[in-house]
Design a protein around this ligand. Structure first.
Ligand code: G
Ligand code: G
Ligand code: MN
Ligand code: NA
Length: 254
């Protein structure tokens, strides 16, 4: 209850900031993208975990204005890195279920792109299976509108939801992010090797890019490169970092 009250004023008090986690292209070993991750620094409590406060925001609807702020801030940051002379990278932003069903979503995306001047083709929105499966017909409408302005979409935490192949193939998405539960026991687990290979094969058939999440070891990265996974994201290459620390990383790997 205390947290909820504090959350109500966190946005105007500027207590939120974003961290950025790199996505590594496994063929070229360059950073090709980054994911924006919301952080809340409460003045009394210190940092509050997103696992704790995002579900609260989702419940009370605060995630809509907060998500709008995330989108704008991430787009501005993307342009700022390029202004500093860094190579362009894709910027991934997580959308919540409430945002995805919000009638203002497309306006918010347009506003964030226009205000920042960001190249729309560098923006990628991360959605979850449960969000897109709620109302498949409406999902296709929204995804088609998003795609028509050049913005990309990714299915986050893929494989733990309940989306069927038949439905996925009808969604105009660009990327699958393999849930980290399938990556954790690579390369040892026979089952998880079979699952990741199956996802990659399926993605090839559907012309989708594949990102592995939660890559924490050299052995995992090497295995994923061997099976032609496109991109890797996880603590092994980089933890979520401040804009300054990400810029330094990008200078070395751009
Ligand atoms: O990175 P991390 O542990 O900090 O994120 C925890 C959870 O919070 C993840 O499921 C992640 O997708 C989610 N998350 C992080 N940032 C955002 C955001 O800006 N919007 C939404 N909706 N979810 C986010
Ligand atoms: O659900 P989503 O994929 O958006 O969640 C992103 C979350 O995953 C963030 O909280 C981020 O800190 C976390 N994360 C990123 N890389 C790793 C990793 O290698 N291992 C673990 N355990 N978590 C990770
Ligand atoms: Mn994500
Ligand atoms: Na994820």
């Amino acid at each position: 209850l205390e947290l909820e009250a504090a959350l109500r004023t966190a946005l105007v008090k500027e207590e939120f900031h974003l961290h950025y986690q790199a996505k590594l292209d496994l063929k070229t070993n360059r950073i090709t993208g980054v994911e924006a991750l919301l952080r809340w620094e409460h003045p009394g409590l210190g940092p509050v975990s997103p696992q704790q406060f995002i579900p609260l925001c989702e419940e009370n609807g605060a995630i809509v204005p907060i998500g709008r702020w995330v989108l704008k801030t991430a787009c501005k940051q993307n342009v700022e890195w390029q202004r500093q002379g860094l190579p362009p990278v894709k910027m991934a932003v997580n959308l919540s279920a409430r945002q995805f069903s919000d009638p203002d979503l497309l306006n918010d995306i347009h506003a964030a792109l226009n205000e920042s001047g960001m190249d729309p083709t560098l923006l990628e929105l991360e959605l979850t299976e449960s969000m897109v499966m709620l109302n498949p017909a409406r999902t296709i409408e929204i995804l088609t509108a998003i795609k028509s302005i050049g913005v990309r979409t990714a299915l986050d935490d893929f494989g733990v939801g309940y989306s069927s192949l038949a439905q996925i193939k009808g969604f105009p998405i660009d990327t699958l992010k393999v849930d980290r539960s399938f990556i954790r026991n690579l390369p040892e687990s026979d089952q998880d090797r079979a699952i990741t290979q199956a996802i990659i094969n399926m993605a090839r058939t559907l012309s989708l890019q594949v990102v592995a999440e939660g890559v924490e070891t050299q052995a995992q990265e090497t295995y994923l490169r061997d099976i032609s996974c496109d991109e890797s994201q996880g603590f092994y290459f980089s933890r979520p970092a401040s804009p300054e620390d990400f810029a330094t990383l990008l200078k070395g790997h751009g």
